[in-house]
Each structure stands twice: as structure tokens, then as C-alpha cells.
Design a protein around this ligand. Structure first.
Ligand SMILES: [Zn+2]
Length: 385
């Protein structure tokens, strides 16, 4: 049986849709943003914090968890939910992206990727079968196939070869799955070449995957290329299955991708920027270490209802960052995730009301104005000032 997924509303003025995914550890309202907990932790936050900011589902990473603590530990304790004290849904990335971007001394072959561990220098093989075995041990509600990523600027022949290998690996992953309660998503590749993307979508959607992801974006491509590929690809994916745009992105990226009908997102940006002292606010990004925050006895964001904005001033956050106190990044992470998850909740409500296109246009215009970029954006193919 495929992962239960139902579409509850489609926007009147765009392809945006809202729906519900029901996993073994609970339901996820879509469109959903997944908080990134690469190493079985969203850095600095515990599961109570995550529930308080409205997190529905976490993303953990197979590559990092393979190296430490290792799949044996997950088998012993009964999976990631018990281990980290999170009872909600978890999706695991397969490790394909990390093999591409992080692994030293890696060699790729049809079998898989051999690479050296950054923990103990041992050599590991991450094959499609091994990735599924590790994700099974982790106890992911949604697993991802191992894919071969290439830089978006790679030539068409190289991009095609990686795409075709990704297809073969996807079928091996499907065959390796032992527990049907753990859903498995395929990953559409093909770089920034629409013909390859179309071919990849056609190949993968002919097989019984629970959902379909767009991979290999935000790896050297421009924002315009990313938006065009996302827009086109969603048309080639079945409407009855969840669509997941991997590793993207900023609030405008999410607003655009939802217009195209994307259901799931993940990105390190809200937590990553929090650790660098940058907050997303309703009036643009704020760097709290700047001198202008030193005497600001106001919340980070006057219109935010998060625990950080309810209790602390910009001046206090500025002080924490100046002293390198770990509470600073923690409070900013709470705020930034709350900001992202509130955006998603607003988007879902707008889709249900049939007014998402207008909501997205107004939101994009406001973000543009605050960020002073002044760039034009496309809405459903129409350029808007
Ligand atoms: Zn806040």
C-alpha cells in the first residue's frame, strides 16, 4: 500500500495545493517545511521546542548517522524516535547529496560510493541497498533512494549518465525495501535540462514510489533556472503523490515552489542563519550582532508570536551574540523556525481559501521591498513588478 496522501484543496489562481500525508508516526499537513535535524538533533533545540514552533516532521541524514552513532545503535534502541525523544514523523535523506558534496576520497561505481569516514577514517560503501538498510534501522517514516548528484553546470552527457544511474539505483532501492510501512520516495534528476527532467520524471513515475522529489537543485544553478525546472517538473509528476523539493530554500523560494504545486520542503537556512546571528523577520532580515540592535529594547519581530519574541529584546539577543553565549543561536533558531512554519501555515490557509496566488504575490512583494532587491518576479509565468 502506498503512503496515504490526500489533496484537500487546490488554489484557484495557481497550482498550489494543500493536503495530508499520514505516516506511521502521525499526519503531516502539506505544504510542509521539514526542520533539518541532520544528526538526530535540530542543533540547540529539543523536541519540546520543535513542537512549540509548530514543527510537524523532521529530516535526518543517513550519511551522517551511518558514521555516528551508526545503524547498530538505532537497531538496539528501536530507532530514531526513541533515541532523540521525537514521536512525530521523520524523513531521512539517503546520503547521495553528502557523497556528492562532502565525502573525501570517494569513488563512485555502479555498485555505490566508497568513501572515507570523517569520524574514524574507515572506508564505507554506501550502495542503494545499504542506504535503505540504514534508513530502515534508523526507523524513518519516509526514506529516500540513493541518487547520484552532479553539479548543475555539468554538461548534458554527464548529467544524463548520473540521471540514468539514479534511475537504476532507484529500482534497486525499491527492491531492497523490507518494511512497506516505511515509505520510499524517488528523486528526479536531470540538472537544468528540461528534456532530461521530463525523461527522469517519466521513468520514475512508472514505478510504485510513495512520492517524488526534485533533487540536484540549488547546486550551482541560478534561482531562475531552479524556478523554471520546478515549475515544469511538477507538471510531469502525478497529482496523487507528494512532491518534495529538496534543499530549497529562502522564503521566496518556498512561495514560488508552492505556486507550482510543491508539497514538501527542507532547508538548513533558518537554523544555519540563526547560528550566524541572522533572523528572518516580517520586515526583512536582521543581523542581531549589528550595533543598531545594541540598545533596541524591542522584540526581534513585533508581529511574531514565538517564545523568543514574547520574552526577549533585540538588545538582549545582541548581547548574547557578542558574548558568544549558546542561548543566542538557540533563541534565534526558535524564532527563525517559527517564522518559516508560520509562513507555511499561512500558505496552507490561503490555499484552503482559494487565495494563495494573491497571498504569495503580496508576500513576495513585501519581502522584495524589505530586502531592497527590487527584482521582478514571475507569478504563474507572468512577470509582476
Ligand atoms: Zn519570533
Amino acid at each position: 500500500m502506498l503512503l496515504p496522501f490526500s489533496v484537500s484543496a487546490v488554489d484557484r489562481g495557481s497550482r498550489a495545493r494543500s493536503g495530508l500525508i499520514t505516516t506511521a508516526h502521525g499526519a503531516v499537513r502539506t505544504p510542509a517545511f521539514m526542520a533539518v535535524g541532520t544528526r538526530a538533533t535540530v542543533t540547540g533545540l529539543d523536541p519540546a521546542d520543535l513542537l512549540a514552533v509548530g514543527a510537524q516532521v523532521l529530516l535526518a541524514n543517513t550519511y551522517h548517522l551511518l558514521l555516528r552513532p551508526g545503524p547498530e545503535l538505532f537497531r538496539r534502541v528501536g530507532g530514531i524516535h526513541a533515541f532523540m525523544g521525537w514521536s512525530g514523523p521523520v524523513l531521512t535523506d539517503s546520503g547521495g547529496y553528502q557523497i556528492f558534496s562532502l565525502a573525501a576520497d570517494r569513488t563512485l561505481s555502479e555498485r555505490g560510493a566508497h568513501f572515507k569516514s570523517y569520524v574514524d577514517q574507515r572506508v564505507h560503501l554506501l550502495s542503494p541497498e545499504r542506504s535503505i538498510e540504514i534508513q530502515s534501522a534508523i526507523g524513518a517514516d519516509i526514506m529516500m533512494v540513493l541518487d547520484e548528484c552532479v553539479d548543475s553546470r555539468s554538461d548534458e552527457a554527464m548529467t544524463r549518465a548520473a540521471m540514468e544511474r539514479t534511475h537504476r539505483w532507484a529500482l534497486r532501492s525499491l527492491a531492497a525495501r523490507t518494511n512497506p510501512a516505511q515509505a520510499l520516495f524517488a528523486i528526479v534528476q536531470g540538472g537544468v535540462h528540461p528534456t532530461l527532467r521530463r525523461e527522469s520524471a517519466a521513468f520514475l513515475t512508472a514505478h510504485p514510489f510513495d512520492g517524488f522529489a526534485l533533487g540536484g537543485l540549488a547546486v550551482g544553478d541560478t534561482r531562475a533556472e531552479r524556478e523554471d525546472i520546478t515549475q515544469a517538473s511538477t507538471e510531469w509528476l502525478p497529482s496523487a503523490r507528494p512532491r518534495y523539493l529538496m534543499g530549497v530554500g529562502t522564503p521566496p523560494d518556498l512561495l514560488h515552489a508552492m505556486l507550482a504545486g510543491i508539497d514538501m520542503f527542507d532547508c538548513v537556512l533558518p537554523t544555519h542563519l540563526a547560528w550566524q546571528g541572522t533572523a528572518f523577520t516580517s520586515t526583512g532580515r536582521v543581523k542581531v550582532s549589528r550595533g543598531s540592535c545594541a540598545a533596541a529594547d524591542v522584540p526581534l519581530d513585533l508581529s511574531c508570536t514565538c517564545a523568543t519574541c514574547q520574552r526577549f529584546t533585540r538588545a538582549y539577543l545582541h548581547h548574547l551574540f557578542k558574548c558568544s553565549e549558546p542561548l543566542g543561536p538557540r533563541l534565534l533558531s526558535i524564532h527563525n523556525l517559527h517564522h518559516y512554519l508560520t509562513l507555511m501555515a499561512e500558505a496552507r490557509a490561503a490555499i484552503e481559501a482559494g487565495s494563495y496566488a494573491a497571498y504569495a504575490a503580496a508576500k513576495l512583494e513585501a519581502i522584495d521591498r524589505h530586502e531592497h532587491s527590487g527584482r521582478r518576479f514571475k507569478l504563474g509565468g507572468v512577470a509582476v513588478e
